[in-house]
Design a protein around this ligand. Structure first.
Ligand code: DC
Length: 212
């Protein structure tokens, strides 16, 4: 069973995808980490994330063993991840890795912005997870403050609006809901309630799938 989970920053998609993967015993890939790691490596080499050639070199040389680096979660790396993700050649460089992970035998869960539309349009089940911008900004700012960063909800809201606009406005693989995705709005839901709704959607969709 291949499950695609997409949605904007801090919508809750990562938490849901991770929990779905654990619940159904499927391998999980947070594809945002690939763009974050690319941005981290560009910055570390002193190159410019806005320069496509610099960014594509970093994407091609990416070592996936470094995806558990806690520095990938910083606000600066997140903002630059959105910049490198807008370069078409960076997206192409990371495509095979994501498709290979998705199509391993037994299935997988991937989360990102374009999993249901570009990476795995053939996914068995697609979820689009969203929440209001204010709630998302509060969630992410709280997470970053817990990690020691100094950021207010208002600063986070401005950053998030800029990133939503860039992720949804880019020409190549813009963030958008696939036509056959199930919508899950987590604005007023606890993590447990959101997971329960996601599980019900997956179970109902799974019952319709042809037997393996
Ligand atoms: O989900 P995240 O915040 O870790 O993602 C970081 C950036 O990477 C985000 O601004 C958009 C980009 N991204 C993307 O373009 N496509 C994906 N499949 C995942 C993330």
């Amino acid at each position: 069973m291949l499950i695609a989970v997409d949605g904007p920053l801090a919508s809750g998609k990562g938490t849901l995808a991770r929990r779905l993967a654990a619940f159904y015993g499927l391998p999980y890939l947070d594809t945002g980490l690939l763009y974050r790691a690319t941005a981290r490596d560009v910055l570390a080499s002193g190159a410019d994330p806005h320069n496509e050639a610099d960014a594509v070199n970093a994407a091609r040389a990416l070592d996936i063993a470094t995806l558990d680096d806690p520095d990938l979660r910083t606000a600066r790396v997140g903002a630059m991840a959105s910049v490198v993700a807008a370069h078409p050649k960076v997206r192409t460089a990371l495509l095979d890795l994501q498709r290979g992970f998705a199509h391993q035998s037994g299935g997988a869960v991937l989360d990102g912005r374009d999993i249901g539309t570009v990476i795995c349009p053939d996914a068995d089940i697609k979820l689009w997870v969203e929440a209001s911008q204010e709630v998302r900004a509060h969630r992410r700012a709280k997470e970053l403050r817990a990690r020691g960063e100094t950021i207010t909800d208002a600063q986070m809201l401005a950053d998030l609006q800029e990133r939503d606009a860039r992720d949804a406005g880019r020409a190549d693989a813009p963030m958008r809901m696939a036509e056959d995705a199930h919508l899950l709005n987590t604005t007023t839901l606890s993590i447990d309630a959101a997971f329960e709704m996601a599980r019900q959607i997956v179970d109902a969709a799974r019952a319709e799938l042809p037997a393996d």
